[in-house]
Structure formats: structure tokens, C-alpha cells
Design a protein around this ligand. Structure first.
Ligand code: UGY
Ligand code: MN
Length: 294
């Protein structure tokens, strides 16, 4: 460098430094970039859509619905659930004759007295509740259940909190179904051949009951043999596992926590996938004359 250019360049650099201290700074100089998603191995396994703004797997169509956890709307103390939050997933608003909803009971919470026309089934997902039936206290924990017939005066309280899945409907028969309670895995496994899943029914199959709650277990790779179409209605909660649920001509990837509404005659089929067994809870109306019943 010549003797003239050296000092001149130094002067320009110093001037620049002084001026740009306030005015010429690159506004993005301090921006934090993170490009780890471009080549991350996690991306090869699939994008985690869970928190993507505006994205939901939920679908509410004319002939079926898939209700995934990110679209649950929780309401406080709905219809007499005291100190509790409820998220209704299925109601008669879209045609079903039953409701299916989740309840988060907090500390020192209780359920309402039932409308005398309504029967209620409660499945325990987590936590503890106490039922008082005919003066007797019954403690329920995960996988336990209780059925309250129409006109029941029994109470249901939780001292420390609980998570429940509840099914209710207006009783539609002339019988006198009795209070029931128990533990899912104590119920007998019923024959289903040529199906391969494990089936338990939580209520008696006797004629006075107008619905039942099935618990169905599939090992990964097992699937429904019958691609079912039937007049019965279903409300389903996937308690564990993942797989593909076919509803009409839609094949939905599903995972634990997802709920499904199946009205009469929707084509339905399930295949369990992944590395964990699938278990789902399924409302099904039963013992009803399809000609005379809604
Ligand atoms: O009993 C049922 O209707 C039952 N197999 N349906 C279902 O799993 N979608
Ligand atoms: Mn079915």
C-alpha cells in the first residue's frame, strides 16, 4: 500500500466507526436465527404440528367428527359440575342422542344431581372420586367406572381431583336399570371371532340397558376385520396408542386423547399402529328397536 492510501483508508474506517455507531448499524446484526429444523433428525420423523398456529387435526363433518385435544374448549361448572371444568365433545346439537364429555374435577369438587330422565356413565381416566350409593362409599380410580340410572340420588365427589369421561342420554326404555360400578380389567373378555381385538363390556347386556360402553384393545398391527356400517351410534375416546381410523372415505391418523363421533351408518374401521397397544372406550346404543328408537 502506498504512503498516501494507508492513512487515508485508516481515516475513512475511523470516521465510519464513529458515524455508524449511531446510524449505520445493520438492524439484523443481533437477530437470533435458528436453523436446526432444516436438517434435524427430528424433522425426518415428522413435523410436530401440535402447536402450529391455526393448525388442527379436528374435523366436524356431516357424517362423522374427529375431535383432537387442541380444539377442546373447557367451561367452568357446566350444568352443576361444581368446582370442575367440562369439555363437551358430542351433544345432540349435531344429531346424536347422547352426550360425551370430559370433566376435570378439581379439589373438593362434586357432580350435580342428575335430571330424573337422564342416565350417566362415568369412566375414570385419572385421579380419584368417591361415590356414595345407598349410604355406602365407593372409591374409584383410573380404569374404574360407575353407572347412575335415571332418578339416582347417589353422589360423586372428588377430594383431590380427577379426570373423567362421561356419557349421558335420556333413558329410552321402560326398565329399571340398576346402579353399576367396577374395574375395566375385571370384566370378562367376550368372544369376537373373526375379529382379533380384545372386547370388554362395562354394563350388563340385559334388556333394561339402552346403551353399553365397550373397551376395545388392539395390539399394534391388528385391525377391525369388518369394515362396519350399522345403525348404532358411537362416541369413542382413544385412551392409549395410535393408529388409523377410517370414517366414511376419510382415513385419519389418530392418537391417545382423540375423540370420535360416529352417527348411524358411517363406514368405520380401525388399524392400530406404533409400538404401544391401542385401547379405546366406545359408547354404543343397544337393545333398541331401530324402527321405533331415535
Ligand atoms: O361394536 C362395534 O360397533 C365396534 N366394533 N365398532 C367400532 O369399533 N367402531
Ligand atoms: Mn361400530
Amino acid at each position: 500500500m502506498s504512503k498516501v492510501w494507508g492513512p487515508a483508508l485508516l481515516l475513512v474506517a475511523c470516521l465510519g466507526a464513529v458515524l455508524c455507531d449511531n446510524q449505520c448499524e445493520n438492524p439484523q446484526k443481533d437477530a437470533q436465527y435458528s436453523y436446526e429444523h432444516v436438517f434435524s433428525s427430528a424433522r425426518d420423523k415428522g413435523v410436530n404440528f401440535w402447536d402450529l398456529p391455526g393448525y388442527s387435526r379436528s374435523v366436524y363433518a356431516e357424517d362423522h367428527a374427529l375431535l383432537t385435544p387442541e380444539s377442546r374448549v373447557w367451561a367452568p361448572n357446566t350444568y352443576g359440575w361444581h368446582n370442575s371444568m367440562t369439555a363437551h365433545l358430542i351433544t345432540p346439537a349435531k344429531g346424536p342422542h347422547f352426550t360425551m364429555y370430559l370433566v376435570q374435577m378439581k379439589q373438593d369438587s362434586k357432580a350435580s344431581q342428575l335430571d330424573p330422565k337422564v342416565e350417566r356413565f362415568v369412566f375414570m381416566v385419572e385421579g380419584n372420586v368417591q361415590v356414595k350409593h345407598d349410604g355406602k362409599a365407593i372409591d374409584l380410580a383410573a380404569n374404574d367406572y360407575a353407572y347412575f340410572p335415571p332418578g339416582s340420588n347417589d353422589t360423586l365427589t372428588s377430594a383431590k381431583g380427577a379426570g373423567l369421561c362421561v356419557f349421558e342420554r335420556v333413558y329410552s326404555k321402560k326398565g329399571k336399570p340398576a346402579f353399576q360400578h367396577g374395574t375395566t380389567d375385571d370384566r370378562p373378555v367376550l368372544p369376537v371371532a373373526p375379529e382379533v381385538f380384545v372386547l370388554r363390556k362395562l354394563l350388563p347386556a340385559s334388556d333394561e340397558f339402552d346403551f353399553n360402553i365397550h373397551v376395545m384393545d388392539f395390539e399394534p398391527g391388528q385391525y377391525l376385520y369388518v369394515k362396519e356400517i350399522h345403525y348404532n351410534q358411537h362416541g369413542l375416546l382413544l385412551l392409549q396408542g395410535q393408529g388409523i381410523y377410517r370414517l366414511g372415505n376419510n382415513w385419519y391418523p389418530v392418537q391417545a386423547g382423540d375423540a370420535i363421533w360416529m352417527p348411524p351408518f358411517v363406514l368405520q374401521w380401525y388399524a392400530a399402529l406404533g409400538n404401544q397397544s391401542s385401547r379405546y372406550l366406545l359408547y354404543k346404543d343397544t337393545n333398541l328397536d331401530p324402527l321405533l328408537s331415535p
